[in-house]
Design a protein around this ligand. Structure first.
Ligand code: IMP
Ligand code: MG
Length: 179
């Protein structure tokens, strides 16, 4: 495993994002919607640095194959906050193909959000295939598509607790498959 972002780099970048968000939303009442489970670590570090009024809620969305090709999404856990008329800030760990985000944004628009913006810890654009709203707040951007773990990112449900962000390499995939 190779360290991609150290804790210092992560903390520094999250502070910058929080400052930007605090400035942009001055006087507004943010509804921060986290996409579980990946959002948890990034969201908690970001939230405590945002100044002003923030209400939080969570959604869990899962994708499943429909037939051999198309992919569908379903809610495992929906929001319990009224979205209509709210300034929504979606908080996500990573946007890859963009399919999860496209589904989420469409859903929140249909519920009448007043505004919708996206904060993602990592934006990985190489495999982007779905047309989705561009994230306004991006922690780190990647043109290629390394598989990353730690600081909220998982591999098979594990490693979200690692304090830094690592890139998984070929031998790590093999080791994980054997474990
Ligand atoms: P999308 O619908 O392809 O944009 O899916 C995004 C989701 O895929 C994220 O919320 C992550 O759960 C997962 N994902 C994509 N890339 C990675 C990665 O490098 N590490 C861990 N999870 C990832
Ligand atoms: Mg996720």
């Amino acid at each position: 495993m190779k360290v991609l972002y150290t804790r210092d780099q992560i903390d520094q970048r999250i502070s910058e994002l929080a400052e930007e968000i605090s400035r942009d939303y001055e006087g507004k009442d943010i509804l921060a919607i986290g996409l579980l489970k990946g959002c948890t670590v990034f969201m908690s570090h970001l939230l405590v640095q945002i100044k002003g009024s923030v209400e939080i809620d969570f959604m869990t969305i899962s994708s499943y194959k429909h037939g051999s090709r198309s992919e569908n999404f379903k809610f495992i856990q929906d929001l319990d906050t009224e979205v209509a008329g709210r300034d929504v800030l979606i908080i996500e760990d990573i946007i890859d193909t963009g399919k999860t985000m496209a589904f989420t944004v469409k859903h929140l628009e249909a519920r009448g959000a007043k505004s919708i913006e996206i904060a993602t810890f990592v934006d990985k654009t190489e495999r982007r295939s779905a047309e989705t709203k561009k994230p306004k707040y991006i922690g780190f951007h990647y043109d290629e598509a390394p598989f990353i773990i730690g600081f909220g990112f998982d591999f098979g449900g594990r490693y979200r607790n690692l304090p830094e962000v690592y890139q998984m390499e070929e031998q790590d995939h093999k080791a994980a498959a054997k474990a």
